[in-house]
Design a protein around this ligand. Structure first.
Ligand code: TRP
Length: 325
């Protein structure tokens, strides 16, 4: 069976954009792959996150992964820092990667952090991510388009290591969602849906209650020509609503558009469909919130299983590079 691995930052929130663009794929992949899903708390440290907040968000992220439908009996769900081989392999890979390569990473550049006061961890972030992937010899890595370059680096480091020290790592393939999987902000349809703190009305959280979902959909920005048709360039707000209803009901946006003449009717049906889509997520999250031991047990079992595999790969890499066993 092919192995799939992906990671999510505990600091990011779980919203409809992640759910449609990424998490639904994670859930589907667990049926057909040996799946590993990792909450990357070490990566969150690069942002200088508050300790109590990080602890809480990491726990919540694991709970949310269960809520969206990952099955811990089938998938390995774990927290990065609980498997010590991640930073250990990262060091070996840092001694494989070059300054030039990391300087070219657009995410690092975009954050404008190439300054004296920048954290070193932010610079080496992509190498730790490569370690996350290569430790498990993952074949397939579902990530957003913004991670494409990081995945390229992971592939390059795997190949370089293999050429220099002997065939060890699997060269991973990125699995990037189709353009249709891009959910836009309901208030600012020119950009994708991201954090609710930045756009409280434009972002639907996977745990939003039905009233919140209804309110946000009703307030979604459209346009004034009043004509229901699917035209993403001309009418991005409306197109976003049509694609969302299409995704939620398994149709095409054009099909959905054909069934409406009024924006209000479309919004009413969309709100209802999204409430239905997210209902199981909300219900699972509520029952898990009442039972923290379930999450604790998932963490324990996940770390043990991940460690079993990561420790073997790490030992092979260390030995290949000349470290004493
Ligand atoms: N950098 C990724 C992001 O911000 C998260 C991540 C860390 C990741 N390690 C990973 C994704 C390994 C896939 C595989 O989205």
């Amino acid at each position: 069976m092919q192995r799939v691995l992906s990671g999510v930052q505990p600091s990011g929130d779980f919203h409809l954009g992640n759910y449609i663009g990424a998490f639904r794929q994670w859930v589907a992949d667990q049926e057909s792959h040996d799946a590993f899903y990792c909450v990357v708390d070490l990566h969150a440290l690069t942002e200088g996150i508050d300790p109590a907040y990080l602890r809480q968000k990491t726990f919540e992220a694991v709970r949310n992964l269960l809520a969206i439908g990952l099955d811990p009996k089938v998938s390995t769900i774990f927290v990065q820092s609980q498997v010590p081989e991640h930073p250990r392999l990262s060091w070996l890979l840092e001694c494989t990667a070059t300054m030039g390569e990391l300087r070219r990473m657009t995410q690092f550049k975009a954050k404008g952090r190439s300054q004296e006061s920048s954290r070193v961890g932010l610079f080496t972030y992509p190498v730790l991510m490569a370690a996350d992937i290569l430790l498990y010899k993952a074949n397939r890595v579902p990530v957003g388009d913004d991670q494409r370059q990081h995945l390229e680096l992971a592939r390059e480091l795997a190949q370089r290591f293999n050429n220099r020290y002997g065939e060890l790592f699997v060269v991973p393939e990125a699995a990037i969602p189709a353009v249709g999987a891009r959910v836009l902000d309901l208030q600012h349809p020119e950009r994708k849906m991201s954090k609710s703190v930045e756009s409280p009305l434009g972002t639907i959280g996977v745990l939003d209650d039905p009233d919140e979902i209804d309110r946000k959909v009703k307030k979604a920005v459209t346009d004034t020509d009043g004509e229901v048709r699917y035209a993403p360039d001309e009418k991005p707000g409306l197109a976003n609503l049509l694609s969302l209803l299409a995704v939620a009901t398994g149709r095409t946006p054009q099909d959905v558009a054909a069934g409406y003449t009024r924006y209000g009717d479309l919004k009413r049906d969309l709100a209802e469909a999204l409430v239905d889509l997210l209902r199981p997520v909300r219900e699972r999250a509520a029952s898990l919130a009442a039972e923290p031991v379930v999450v604790e047990e998932v963490l324990r079992a996940g770390a043990a299983r991940a460690h079993e595999i990561a420790s073997v790969t790490y030992a092979q890499a260390a030995e290949a590079m000349g470290l004493l066993a």
